[in-house]
Structure formats: structure tokens, C-alpha cells
Design a protein around this ligand. Structure first.
Ligand SMILES: [Zn+2]
Length: 277
């Protein structure tokens, strides 16, 4: 279950991992004043001055970490719709948040305390993970799963990354933040073909279909929630280990989330962040 506290939404399932804090932001709580970025935009080059985004990043990191860490702990990368997950050490803290970004990627994994990986989205799927090593120490991961990343298996890649760092599969918890829902995600034939070529026609048919009651000839809608849930279950997680936000970024109250489709590309980004204390 997702619960709103202050400016963040938090997952009760992911919250079961001790020593880890996480959160998903919406539009509220920041200092951006432009109509399309108001108010907690976390990305530069969308219209806000860099110092505004830096202040928002600090607000976000402090909220996620319950005031233990600020922007100097944040890590943002340029996201490229890949399945690439980078491993972070404490030396990477601040990359893309208070200094130049590191290598492009769409996910992070780390067991270093005080490093706060951030994923930024405006309809794509943000997913946060945490698990425990045998000695009880946590490992965290965060991924950006647009449809390409989803179909390339980035969610399962995060589970693999946690296991490679010594987490037992049964200890892993994951939270899928607000993203564009099946209700709103109309797609074209090229999308269907791409998903089918990557994951098979059966997978595509299960998750890309007409909306019930739609007039004949309507374009199908894609279910990114269902796709990621199926891929996470295939990676070995159980339903109980997966928490999913019920919100659609496009049709939830417009004041709540940035949506690339609803705002026709002129928008800010919300964030998903996680950190080991
Ligand atoms: Zn919707």
C-alpha cells in the first residue's frame, strides 16, 4: 500500500526493510514557479534555473532521508531508456545532483550508506528495491522503466543486481511508483510489434489490448503495470514482495503529478529516491 506523508508517497511493503528510507514525489513541495514545472521539478533543462532544481533536489533528498541527507547525497544520471544499471559507491554521491552527472544509465544499485539514487519520470515507471544480505546489511536499487526499459527487462535486472550483491531473493521488497496507467496509455502498432519481438506475442497479447467497451477500431492500450509485475514475478519475487501505486500520472488530479502525455511534453519530472542510513 502507498501512503502519503508530507510531500512523498511511501510503500508499506518496501518500508519493511530496516535501515532504508525511500519515497516517491509528486508535484507538491518545491520552489519552481513556471506553470509547467510548479513546484517540485527535479530535472534541469526543462525551463527552471539550475539553482531552483538544486533547491528542489535538496528538498527531495531531505524528505526521502527524513532530514539525514541533502542534495550532496543525491545521484541523478541522464536516462536513456536502456536496461543499464550502474553500481554506485559513496564516492558517487552528488553526481548529477550537485556536480556533473556520471555515465548515462536507467538504474542504480548500491550497498553504500548515504548515497541516494534518484529516478525521474513523468509517465514512465519508477521502481525502487531493497533487500538484505546474510549479515543483515541492506542493498538498494532504483530503476527507470519506460516501455523500452520495461520490455528490455530492467526490473528483473535490478533483482539480479541485488542477488549478485548477496541479497536473498526472499528478502527483496519492491515498490512501483505512479506511472501512466492502462486507462490512458494508448499505443500504436509499432509498439505492439516491438514488445512482441522482445518478449513474445503471448506477452504482448496479455498486456496490450483494447480498453473494455472501446468502439471498434480504437487503438489498443498498454499495461506497463502488468508487464512489470509479470517480469518481476518471473524473476522470482512473489505478489507479497511487490507494491504498486494505484495512481495514473495522466488521469489522477492534474495538480498531483507531471504527465508527459497530458502536458504534451511541456512538463517537469517527479522523483523516486532511496537511501541506506
Ligand atoms: Zn489514466
Amino acid at each position: 500500500m502507498f501512503i502519503r506523508g508530507g510531500i512523498l508517497f511511501r510503500s508499506t511493503v518496501l518500508g519493511e526493510i530496516p535501515g532504508v528510507r525511500h519515497g516517491f514525489s509528486g508535484r507538491d513541495g518545491g520552489v519552481s514557479v513556471l506553470p509547467h514545472t510548479r513546484s517540485l521539478n527535479l530535472t534541469v533543462d526543462l525551463g527552471d534555473p539550475p539553482e531552483i532544481v538544486r533547491t528542489n533536489t535538496d528538498i527531495f533528498c531531505r524528505a526521502v532521508s527524513e532530514d539525514r541527507f541533502g542534495a550532496e547525497s543525491g545521484v541523478k544520471a541522464h536516462q536513456i531508456h536502456s536496461a543499464r544499471i550502474r553500481s554506485l559507491s559513496s564516492a558517487d554521491a552528488g553526481e548529477g545532483a550537485v556536480r556533473e552527472a556520471g555515465e548515462d544509465c536507467d538504474g542504480f544499485v548500491t550497498d553504500a550508506p548515504g548515497v541516494l539514487p534518484m529516478i525521474r519520470t513523468a509517465d514512465c515507471v519508477p521502481i525502487l528495491f531493497a533487500g538484505l544480505k546474510e549479515d543483515g546489511r541492506p542493498v538498494i536499487a532504483a530503476v527507470h522503466a519506460g516501455w523500452r526499459g520495461t520490455a528490455s527487462g530492467i526490473a528483473a535486472g535490478a533483482v539480479d543486481a541485488l542477488r549478485e550483491r548477496g541479497c536473498s531473493l526472499s528478502s527483496v521488497r519492491c515498490a512501483v511508483g505512479a506511472h501512466i496507467g492502462f486507462c490512458c496509455y494508448e499505443v500504436g502498432e509499432d509498439f505492439v510489434q516491438s514488445v512482441a519481438s522482445l518478449l513474445g506475442h503471448g506477452f504482448a497479447a496479455r498486456h496490450i489490448r483494447p480498453v473494455p467497451g472501446a468502439p471498434a477500431g480504437s487503438k489498443p492500450h498498454a499495461d506497463l503495470t502488468g508487464m512489470n509485475r509479470e517480469l518481476l514475478l518471473l524473476s522470482g519475487l512473489t505478489e507479497e514482495q511487490i507494491d504498486v501505486s494505484p495512481d495514473c500520472t495522466m488521469c489522477a488530479h492534474p495538480a498531483l503529478y507531471y504527465s508527459h502525455r497530458r502536458m504534451k511534453g511541456v512538463r517537469g519530472t517527479q522523483g523516486a529516491g532511496i537511501v541506506i542510513l
